[in-house]
Design a binder for this molecule. Sequence first.
Ligand SMILES: Cc1ncc(COP(=O)(O)O)c(C=O)c1O
Length: 413
Amino acid sequence: MPTRRDFLRRTALGAITWPAGIDALGRRLHRLHANEQEFWEVVRQAFIIPEHRIYLNVSTLGPQPRAVIDAVVEHTRRVAMTYPPGVDWDGLKARLGAFVDADPAGFAFPRNTTEGMNFVANGLELGAGDEILTTTHEHIGGLCCWQLLAARRGCALRQLELPVPPESAEQLVDVFRRAISPRTRVISVSHVNFTNGVVMPVRDIARLCRERGIISVVDGAHPPGMMRVSIREIDPDFYASSPHKWLLAPQGTGFLWMRDEWRRKLWPTIASGGWDDLSLGAQRFNHLGSLDESRLAGLDAALRFQEAIGIDRIEARVRELRRHLHERLAANPRITIMSPSDDALVGGMVSFKVAGEESLALQQRLARIELDGTEWSVRTRVIGEYDYGWMRLSPHVYNTIEELDRVAAMLPA
Ligand SMILES: Cc1ncc(COP(=O)(O)O)c(C=O)c1O
């Protein structure tokens, strides 16, 4: 006799296995494996980005492929049909755990990196005089939670400057090694800096933290879906991310992974039933009241979409696009590039300045621009934070080399 629990479980599983389109896409891509050009054309067709729109801002928000939209809509429809809602937490954690190589039991699903980072900062026992080290390349989403602690509890927050662009990973680790003091309790650092795409040596920084008894917190808003990530290898205390960026999941989809000891020790920021049942581990952080579960159905579909292409192939393509863009920009004498050129030091972003044109003015110009008799709309991001004033471009799998050439041709030479 099936129990209500079985029924809920089946419904939940059904709810996240419809995007049959992804399986068909996967089979098609498999057949096209050796045909590079057609492979990426088929991937592009999976998106609904208009033809003359050149989207280079996945680092803010990823455009969702059709299969993800379908999964969200279908889940919403089922809820409206009054099927019992449900999330297959174990299935979702297992799929995500395989994708970012992490123990599935460590996942919670806040709405984004900002919320995940706040869960960490608010949940730690930090007080007056405790020092938090971070950098002048943090996004407000990974920084303000520490500013709040400094204002409210008297913690000392120090933002360290990083070389731009850095020459080596060791040089970046040294910035922290030199700054650590007996009062340092937390090092909070981005995995990929939003300012210029630098890949921070988070594994070495986390190791340094462990040696010195410091809590390591990684703002991993960008890497999942951009490159192969192994949280197991980084081995941080916390890793927060926003799959609605490079992983192409629905807006408002985050995750926070925490090390085993924190699953019982971290204070929940949002308390609901079970908040104090330590046997629930990280699942205590998923007790958030009623949720928009459709975004989790979308996250599952986004993971399947990336699996269908293959994360190594995605990373190789992102690197190819980034290198091409970097080379085109470097050939322009009016452009100064703030991102490293070495693949080992940079993810899928190129940040730069154009002599004689403010980045904001350039952004506005590119938003509606004519080239070769066609009107294009290029979406970019200006890094106004910290007064950097850089233009940032982030290409992903739906972009083409031709689009990048077009954008390079739109810049003042
Ligand atoms: C490094 C980094 N951290 C955090 C965030 C905030 O992300 P979210 O708005 O998804 O919380 C961003 C957003 O661009 C980011 O680049």
